[in-house]
Design a protein around this ligand. Sequence first.
Ligand code: HEC
Length: 184
Amino acid sequence: MNMTVKAWLVAGTFVGASALGVFAHAGATGIVKERMDDMTSMAQSVKSISDMFRAGAYDAAIIITGAQNMQAHAGQRLIGLFPEGSNSAASKAKDAIWSDWHAFSALANELSLLSIALDGVASQPATENSSADNGMGTSSSDMGMGASVNVTDPAALAQMSAEQVFGLATKTCSTCHTQFRVEK
Ligand code: HEC
């Protein structure tokens, strides 16, 4: 497990996103390729932050770098990479993106907001002193819409630990993928 993670990181760091991209999305060109590269870059940030948490050696710089990279690829930037109907054969984008554009763009903006919040809380002491237990929410109801309430409130996010905000951010990635990305 650890070796796999390390190999991934090494590939990401030294080979670079574009080389990984060639491996990951054969046949993609133009804007589809561009957004896949963006997504891959965000995935690298997520990977380095989660590896850091897993290693138990808190490092604000890793969080800040990753959060800023995610923010650069979220929001309007992400939205602009999904012009209507841009799901060619190589793409895994669902038609639902354009029939449910409001929900799609809301998730892109939510990721932007969470990345900004993550950047902001990174330098706070990494104490696990909040009422919630380390993950998101304390009850099963929080796994659904409950967590999204905090997402829209920067003041509430500012009270959370970096790990909690990071958890919400990665949850936004998977929520969007579940709704708007097909498994081909
Ligand atoms: C607003 C929706 C949305 C959000 C938020 C989002 N993604 Fe994606 N992601 C997509 C869609 C749609 C695709 C498929 C794009 C395509 O194939 O054209 C995708 C594809 C990907 C891919 C595959 C890229 C490839 O090489 O084919 C990765 C990796 C990925 N996303 C990671 C992330 C990570 C990490 C985050 C959060 C930090 C994230 N995504 C946030 C919608 C989203």
